[in-house]
Design a protein around this ligand. Structure first.
Ligand SMILES: [Zn+2]
Length: 292
């Protein structure tokens, strides 16, 4: 059975780019008669914005993108991340890094150079890093939009952190554990995460998890090339005409919705989208331009 998910982080209001990803992920799950779960990635507590969760849930409902089961919150699942870290510790796949930011900067290397690898016993005030085999660790996967992908993570990221010195589990660990424990089979998400996929696949292998099928959705940028993101203060969604917005997003996703459809009710647009959904029509470009 297909199980998909949408996993926003509540660091601001949902913007057009995240709605595009939500719509693609929702259509892909519904077209496969699968489940679509909603997970709030609120583990990076310093960046969480008050009211953002409510805004995200309300926005999805406003556009008719209803989810299955209860919403899950990463902040309530830290025991699972700890269990995964314990397994990796037991397998001697992690080490405890005591390097400070300035020490790391001094190495002059973009990737971690392995100086703490011998510290395999737990240390307080240390980050846990996954030891990535050197000198090569080539990961291959087939993306639903971007096709065959290859990345040697020993050369691009090196030993990456799973637990931070400020006692926060990293996104990489949390997302891999959640996807596995929730039985996610298909991941449709923003192309900004395409270069995170290889290291997540490597981590899945270390934990004996299955690898889901990945599809990455192009990001929306303005005609000036600016990314629409919470950080750059992208305009909040215009709620006045959900039908027009959904229709416009289907155009961006290469689904060729007929023109008159934009004047129909949002439920009818979504039904059309499920019935005509074709992942292979999504343009394999990292950026889509819009001025709306
Ligand atoms: Zn270190």
């Amino acid at each position: 059975m297909y199980i998909g998910r949408f996993a926003p982080s509540p660091t601001g209001a949902l913007h057009l780019g995240s709605l595009l990803t939500a719509l693609a992920s929702w259509c892909d799950a519904r077209a496969a008669q699968g489940k679509w779960l909603l997970r709030i990635e609120d583990i990076d507590t310093p960046r969480i914005q008050q009211g953002a969760v409510e805004h995200i849930l309300h926005s999805l409902e406003h556009y008719g993108l209803y989810w299955d089961d209860e919403v899950s919150y990463q902040s309530q699942r830290t025991c699972y991340y700890q269990q995964a870290l314990d397994i990796l510790q037991h397998k001697q796949l992690i080490f405890w890094c005591t390097c400070s930011r300035s020490q790391l900067a001094q190495t002059g290397s973009a990737i971690y150079t392995g100086q703490c690898r011998t510290q395999q016993q737990f240390k307080a005030n240390a980050a846990a890093r996954l030891a990535v085999p050197q000198p090569n660790c080539l990961i291959q996967f087939n993306d639903g939009v971007f096709g065959a992908q290859y990345e040697d993570i020993s050369q691009t990221v090196g030993d990456f952190p799973l637990y931070r010195r400020d006692s926060i589990f990293t996104y990489q660990l949390a997302v891999v554990v959640d996807d596995a424990l929730q039985g996610i089979t298909h991941i449709v998400r923003g192309a900004d995460l395409l270069d995170n996929t290889a290291r997540q696949i490597y981590l899945q292998r270390c934990l004996d998890y299955q690898t889901p099928f990945y599809s990455h959705i192009p990001l929306i940028v303005t005609s000036k090339g600016e990314k629409l993101s919470k950080q750059t203060g992208a305009k909040a969604l215009d709620f006045t005409n959900p039908s027009a917005t959904l229709w416009q997003l289907l155009v961006l996703l290469g689904q060729n919705p007929p023109k008159p459809l934009q004047y129909e009710a949002k439920e009818d647009i979504l039904t059309w989208a499920i019935n005509h959904w074709d992942l292979s029509n999504i343009p394999a470009t990292l950026k889509l331009i819009t001025d709306n």
